[in-house]
Design a protein around this ligand. Structure first.
Ligand SMILES: Cc1ncc(C[n+]2csc(CCOP(=O)(O)OP(=O)(O)O)c2C)c(N)n1
Ligand SMILES: [Mg+2]
Length: 332
């Protein structure tokens, strides 16, 4: 069986792109949410472990706005932004991080296991690489049921030396599953420079080994991510086979909140700091006369207010009742 179209002509009209204003608003919400979550975690209000995607918001927003509500999404330990960009409820998300009964998973999942099946969000995942086989399964089910739902797997570049990457890429290829593999290449896997972990610096180059089309995009340029994601998603939608999209970016916080990051050279952090995705989008909107500095500041402050309302609701919400401990969870 041959692959339907491993390279192929573009399927998306560039004029169909989401407006930069919407992409900016989505990034502003993620920035506000995670900035506040980092503070609340530091202050001991949020339990467990928290990994933020601060600095990487353009990837989540660019891909999220290319998806339909019924498309599938599987994410990682660093998935708040992906879920928010897919449209999950901010109150439910915040309450979940607070481990409250009003959370999306009734407070039993937390940051690393949050899910929302109503929006195709198959879950965050503490197992590095596990988003990929999940998305292949979801994509295959969509194909077998003759639906046109697309499945996206987010993962980091630290996951691509896992067997799961190889197996998922190969199965998606031979089954022509509608899966977009989105690699957020943020330079580090925990405390290790990923450039020391492989002789193949570009993750996208690996796709050729499976007969899968691929591209690398500037992951801090939300318009570039969105255009590439739209193209990849629409290819899947019209059954042209899976796609690997690599987004080059940088996490501005530590691996987890509390990580002092001694392994990051200061010049490197500074250089990436100058490429902040929200500032890039703001600069572009101003340049195009698409918004005043005041209007853009208002977008950011509305996002902060929305998040603060979610924090207040989460604080006031009850914890899960002890008698529900064995409900909605797997147990032997
Ligand atoms: C199967 C598995 N191996 C190792 C770990 C420990 N671990 C957690 S995050 C991480 C690094 C992930 O790096 P990357 O995939 O680049 O994602 P990032 O944290 O940069 O978003 C590792 C090794 C794990 N959770 N699961
Ligand atoms: Mg990484």
């Amino acid at each position: 069986m041959s692959h339907p179209d491993p390279s192929g002509a573009p399927v998306v009209d560039p004029a169909a792109s989401a407006p930069l204003e919407s992409l900016f608003a989505s990034m502003a919400l993620i920035r506000a949410f995670e900035t506040r979550v980092a503070e609340l975690y530091r202050d001991g209000e949020i339990p467990g472990f928290v990994h933020t995607s601060l600095g990487q918001e353009a990837v989540a927003a660019g891909v999220g706005l290319a998806l339909r509500p019924d498309d599938y999404l599987a994410t990682t330990h660093r998935g708040h932004g992906h879920c928010l960009a897919k449209g999950v409820d901010v109150d439910g998300m915040m309450a979940e991080l607070f481990a409250k009964a009003t959370g999306l998973c009734r407070g039993k999942g937390g940051s690393m296991h949050v899910a929302d099946p109503r929006l195709g969000v198959l879950g965050a995942n503490a197992i590095v690489g596990a988003s990929m086989p999940l998305a292949v399964g979801a994509g295959l089910s969509s194909k077998l049921r003759r639906q046109d739902r697309v499945a996206v797997a987010f993962f980091g570049e630290g996951a691509v030396n896992q067997g799961m990457f190889h197996e998922a890429m190969n199965l998606a290829a031979i089954w022509d599953a509608p899966v977009v593999f989105v690699c957020e290449n943020n330079v580090y896997a925990e405390f290790t420079d990923s450039r020391t972990m492989s002789r193949v610096p570009r993750v996208a180059d690996r796709a050729a080994a499976y007969g899968i089309a691929a591209s690398t995009v500037d992951g801090n340029d939300v318009e570039a991510v969105h255009a590439a994601a739209q193209e990849a998603v629409e290819r899947c939608r019209v059954a042209r086979g899976p796609f690997l999209l690599e987004a080059e970016t940088y996490r501005s916080h530590g691996h987890y909140e509390g990580d002092a990051q001694p392994y990051k050279p200061a010049e490197e952090s500074d250089a990436w700091g100058a490429l902040d995705p929200l500032s890039i989008a703001e600069g572009r909107l101003l340049e195009r006369g698409a918004g005043s500095a005041q209007r853009l500041a208002a977008v950011r402050s509305r996002a902060r207010e929305r998040v603060e309302a979610a924090v207040e609701r989460a604080r006031a919400a009850p914890p899960p009742a002890p008698e529900e401990a064995y409900e909605h969870v797997f147990h032997g």
